[in-house]
Design a binder for this molecule. Structure first.
Ligand code: ADP
Length: 494
């Protein structure tokens, strides 16, 4: 099978959050399973160019249609960790992808409509793909465009799989967006198709992806149930009526990229496997200690016998920002050190966290880092003891899985993929295999505090239990192996 992903992100060269990790990890896994897999993304000016090999311009006169006009584009190709990535560089006067960002422009809708229309043209011209996998609202319009294209005589367009990574972002926009990509407003801006059910004056791009794709997935089984009910954000009925072609597949993480044995961002490496030297039967987990020490030096935290409790996240309401703010004080009161790495696209939240950063500027047990920083993220995953993910809702969540891979124990709220991936070590039914973290139900600071208390007490008083949990967590398989198999089943079915 020949596959192509079309998306706004791919890690590590164009990443804002989990979408980038998923496109990267899943593509590499299907490629390694023998299915040539390409990725198509915009050629942003802020790509991590150092991570792209053999970047070459293949074509300078690739023509696409947008807003009733024809435009030329350059198509580039480069390799990232063995993957062929194709890049679209529009020659359009709006310079859609030379804005110093991936998202956050006033014309984001236009930018990604233009990209989607060109991506479909690229796929059609190549004619070699068996399945097209599109992601989130940015590329959802490709599904109705593909259906229209199929209706044209002799147009062979492969089947489409559409993955929804987060129901919070639906691509609501003016109905005139349809005519920009050549779709008839009267045909599509109707309640049964792409008219938004909560804001009827708006068009909803996600609806187009849901209705017109051949198969839809979301990123965990629990979220797949939640979005057909309380977390549907207005799309619950549509998803119920499309449930015959809808399923939840838990994301994995890329075990080559997230690997404490080889991580290029760490000065010391460790694993749960036995050290190779004959006569030693010990693992090398204790080397986490030296990374913890460097992390403290780097963040100007006091050294000493205390657990580091961390979180790495986009600072948006979904992520439980009230609990995160509360955690700063609570962790210190309970004898820990708190580390945050996060950035916020919301000006009020950004200002609030900058105020907090100022408040804790010289605190020996708190470090608030308000930027996006890949290298620091790796050091925090490896150098911490406890990793909190107190989300209000979480479609899948990758950081709890990455933390476990680095021997850092997750403390998460029971929602979406967090519920599907973490089992509480103190749950009465937990046998030796299952308990790899802490989980709380109610999205309240009280429920969070009780769970944090259990975790920090265990860290101080039961080091053996803690160590066993680290080993179980590091041995747990959150790789793409199982999940990629499920996606391949979907592709095969189509
Ligand atoms: P979401 O996709 O909702 O942002 P996920 O947990 O699925 O959340 O994925 C988040 C990804 O983004 C993880 O790989 C995490 O390490 C990374 N990340 C989030 N914030 C930052 C940051 N400030 N610096 C570096 N990496 C970050």
């Amino acid at each position: 099978m020949r596959l192509i992903h079309v998306a706004a992100e791919v890690a590590p060269i164009a990443k804002v959050g989990g979408l980038g990790d998923v496109v990267y990890g899943l593509s590499r896994k299907t490629l390694h399973r023998g299915h040539p897999t390409d990725v198509f993304i915009p050629k942003y000016d802020i790509l991590e160019y150092d991570d792209i090999d053999n970047l070459t311009c293949l074509q300078k006169d690739f023509v696409s249609t947008y807003d009733n006009s024809q435009w030329t584009n350059s198509i580039w190709r480069g390799k990232v960790a063995g993957l062929d990535i194709y890049f679209l560089e529009p020659h359009h006067p709006s310079h859609f992808f030379n804005r110093g960002c991936i998202y956050g422009c006033n014309d984001d809708i236009e930018r990604f409509l233009y990209f989607s229309a060109a991506a479909l043209q690229f796929i059609y011209n190549r004619g070699t793909y068996d399945v097209v996998h599109i992601h989130d609202w940015q590329t959802a319009i490709m599904a109705p465009l593909a259906v229209e294209k199929r209706l044209q005589k002799n147009a062979r367009v492969p089947p489409f799989v559409f993955t929804i990574h987060n129901m919070d972002y639906q691509g609501r926009c003016a109905p005139s967006a349809l005519s920009k990509v050549g779709l008839n407003i009267q045909d599509y801006y109707v309640p049964a198709k792409m008219q938004d059910s909560l804001y009827p004056e708006a068009l909803n791009l996600l609806r187009g992806g849901i209705i017109f794709s051949d198969y839809i997935t979301t990123v965990s089984p629990t979220y797949c149930t939640e979005v057909r009910g309380t977390l549907g954000e207005g799309l619950e009925k549509l998803l119920v009526s499309n449930q015959a072609k809808f399923c939840g597949i838990l994301n994995g993480i890329d075990y080559d990229y997230w690997n404490p044995e080889t991580d290029k961002f760490l000065h010391s490496h460790y694993s749960v496997r036995e050290a190779p030297k004959v006569g030693t039967n010990a693992d090398t987990i204790d080397r986490k200690g030296s990374i913890k020490k460097s992390l403290r030096d780097r963040l100007e935290l006091e050294q000493g016998h205390r657990p580091i409790v961390s979180t790495i996240t986009r600072l948006v309401p979904q992520k439980g920002v009230d609990i995160i703010k509360h955690a700063i004080k609570s962790v210190v009161q309970k004898g820990g050190q708190f580390v945050l790495l996060g950035s916020s696209p919301i000006p009020e939240l950004d200002a609030e966290f900058h105020r907090l950063k100022n408040e804790y500027r010289d605190h020996g047990h708190v470090s608030l880092n308000l930027q996006h920083q890949e290298q620091l993220a790796h050091m925090i995953f490896a150098g911490s003891d406890i990793f909190i993910v107190p989300s209000n809702f979480e479609p899948c969540g990758l950081t709890q899985m990455i933390a476990l891979r680095y021997g850092t124990i997750p403390l998460v709220r029971a929602t979406g993929g967090l519920k599907d991936s973490i089992y509480d070590v103190d749950n009465e039914a937990a046998n030796d295999e299952k308990g790899i973290g802490y989980i709380f139900n109610d999205p309240t600071v009280e429920a969070f505090d009780r769970t944090l208390e259990r975790a920090i007490t265990c860290w101080y008083r039961q080091p053996d239990k803690w160590r066993k949990m680290i080993i179980k967590g590091m041995n747990h398989d959150f790789s793409w192996d199982k999940s990629a198999e499920k996606y391949l089943e979907v592709y095969n079915k189509l």
